[in-house]
Design a binder for this molecule. Sequence first.
Ligand code: ATP
Ligand code: MG
Length: 268
Amino acid sequence: MKPKLKIVSSQKGAPAARAILEVEGLSKGFATNTNGAGRILVLNDVGLTVRKGEMICIVGRSGCGKSTLLNILAGFLSPDRGCVRLGGRPVDRPAPDRCVVFQEDALFPWLTVRENIAFGLKVRAMSRQEKEREVDRFLALVGLTEFGSYLPAEISGGMKQRVALARVLILQPEVLLMDEPFAALDAQTREEMQDLLLHLWAKLAHSIVFVTHDVGEAVLLADRVLLFEKAPGRVKEEIAIDLPRPREKDTERYYALCRAITSQMKRA
Ligand SMILES: Nc1ncnc2c1ncn2[C@@H]1O[C@H](COP(=O)(O)OP(=O)(O)OP(=O)(O)O)[C@@H](O)[C@H]1O
Ligand SMILES: [Mg+2]
């Protein structure tokens, strides 16, 4: 089938009421040597909008600046130019309204599954019973009720990513930022995690920015795919994924979208 993509125009004109995360004119470079003489421009004039409850996937070749962008959205890095706004407020530091899940597990190895999930609630003004109830709820949501007393070293990679998800979702972030969160998992576990993510997203209705190398994963998950080009990184195309949910991978339309985006990616 001839690849047919629904390319959507820039979101700059999207109604402000529906936008939760707005990125405008974002540029970022890094020094290429220690005396600061050389500089590489990694992101150049990146603009995008994420609507409330929307799932955006960012795909692009290695080194095109996907993680750099995510780190700026998280507030871990500052841009050289441009701005990020969440709910209309400028983002300039990390905060629990934007939580990140990385590829590698970032759990505290000395804390149990339960304690890892509860960790972010420490500073919340909630009673102990309320906190315990919330931890129970999120343990159940990620299917780990039986494993609360285990240490990270005693559970599988997929289970660790479930803990990582529960640990950030319990903070009820406005936007969940995910940097290739399932890339290190085997194919079957990865599919289970994709299903779990879609289930949690439908239930909790947060917005998600999901970075992946895997075009198939992006087409399965996203409302819109942002295709990044390299050197310097910028949004080359926005592709609306209009497949009905729940999505079937084994359909001609799914494969056609994957093929079309992959061929665009090769030219990016
Ligand atoms: N702290 C840093 N200092 C210098 N250069 C950096 C720094 N962080 C990233 N870079 C450079 O910026 C470019 C983009 O890196 P980034 O990690 O954002 O790419 P990516 O799209 O996430 O790649 P991958 O798909 O391999 O994860 C790369 O050339 C990288 O070497
Ligand atoms: Mg990266």
